[in-house]
Design a protein around this ligand. Structure first.
Ligand code: PMP
Length: 344
């Protein structure tokens, strides 16, 4: 049985959190002399809302999630790091994840001095729930999963994800950064039944706002309250909050852009498959393709000479000989295909 108090670190359980001026007073007033701000209005002279109420309300409406179940941070990297700091005792606890996957889970674990154990995916990039569950010991606090996964592009098998969530007494963090490019439904609607689940999403991909650094975590209100106690007081700045609110007004535009990216993904798969140096294009539920080529390093360098940058993943487990290619605009994708066709 999952018990949040059991997985929390003692120092976090006993923490007296910082209380900012904006935390202490909420309500209507016209003269703010409580936060040592500069009083002269230039639209940025006040501290931002520390809990981003307006933004959470809008995101909640769109995703059908209560604002109390939402945490917003400086990219997804913030809730990744906060999760490790809240639940893992350095030098004692451990984390399990899959291999290959997004690199920041391990980097964050390493920075925090927390052991990181990896379970290799199958040859078709799927996770075997039993293999993950077997690795759990009494010090395992977190399991990181990523679906659709980076760099492989596929969605993990839903039944395996569900099994891991339901059989693990610690916390499962499911990174759904690429979910808007998948035709599978994610786990947001399962949150109510899964008190040990944290879902990560981001404004950096489908929402085309990587520059504002805004990541979302969805979880029980008890887990969100833990994040709120340990985050930097004003972790999401005013410019980011404003830009995200504006983007949310244009959600139809976002849907249209995603449709174009999905159509381009299909075109690119067809085009790549007709080029002889391409050995395999792996199926993708994301906005990138993992592509096996004849000589990854040489082709990577050749593309560089054409001004085209892709990601060389050829040294990553299960991705030997592979490049990871982001779906660009129709024009960018044409330039890529032409360059690959001309490669000798
Ligand atoms: N999760 C995954 C799986 C990613 O691939 C990335 C970025 N490449 C992120 C999270 C980072 O998201 P953010 O920009 O919100 O920090």
């Amino acid at each position: 049985m999952f018990d949040l108090q059991k997985v929390l670190r003692d120092n976090i359980k006993n923490l007296e959190p910082y209380s900012s001026a904006r935390d202490e007073f909420q309500g209507e007033a016209s003269v703010f002399l409580d936060a040592n701000e500069n009083p002269f209005n230039n639209t940025l002279n006040r501290y931002p809302d520390p809990l981003q109420h307006e933004l959470k309300l809008k995101i909640g409406k769109q995703k059908n999630i209560h604002p109390e179940n939402i945490f917003l941070g400086n990219g997804s990297d913030e809730p990744i790091d906060l999760s490790i700091r809240a639940f893992c005792e350095p030098g004692h606890d451990n984390i399990i994840s899959i291999k290959p996957t997004y690199g920041m889970y391990k980097v964050s674990a390493d920075i925090n001095g927390v052991k990181f154990n990896e379970v290799l995916l199958s040859d078709d990039f799927n996770v075997n729930a039993d293999a993950v569950l077997e690795k759990i010991d009494s010090n395992t606090k977190l399991i990181f999963l990523c679906s659709p996964n980076n760099p492989t592009g596929n969605s993990l098998n839903r039944a395996d994800i569900s099994k891991i969530i339901s059989e693990f007494d610690g916390i499962v963090i499911l990174d759904e950064a690429y979910i808007d490019f998948s035709n599978q439904i994610g786990f947001l609607q399962e949150l109510e039944n899964c008190p040990n689940l944290i879902i990560l999403q981001t404004f950096s991909k489908a929402w085309s706002m990587a520059g504002i650094r805004l990541g979302m975590a969805f979880a029980s209100k008890e887990i969100i309250a833990v994040f709120n106690r340990i985050k930097y007081p004003y972790n999401v700045n005013i410019l980011t909050q404003r830009a995200a609110l504006k983007e949310l007004e244009n959600s139809q535009e976002t849907i249209e852009k995603v449709k174009i990216i999905l159509a381009e993904r299909s075109n690119l798969i067809n085009e790549l498959n007709s080029i002889s140096i391409i050995k395999k294009v792996f199926p993708s539920d994301a906005n990138f393709l993992l592509v096996k080529v004849n000589d990854a390093r040489q082709i990577y360098n050749y593309l560089l000479t054409k001004g085209i940058i892709v990601r060389d993943r050829s040294k990553v487990a299960l991705c030997l000989g592979c490049l990871r290619i982001t779906i660009g605009t129709p024009q960018e994708n044409k330039i890529l295909i032409k360059a690959l066709q001309e490669y000798k």
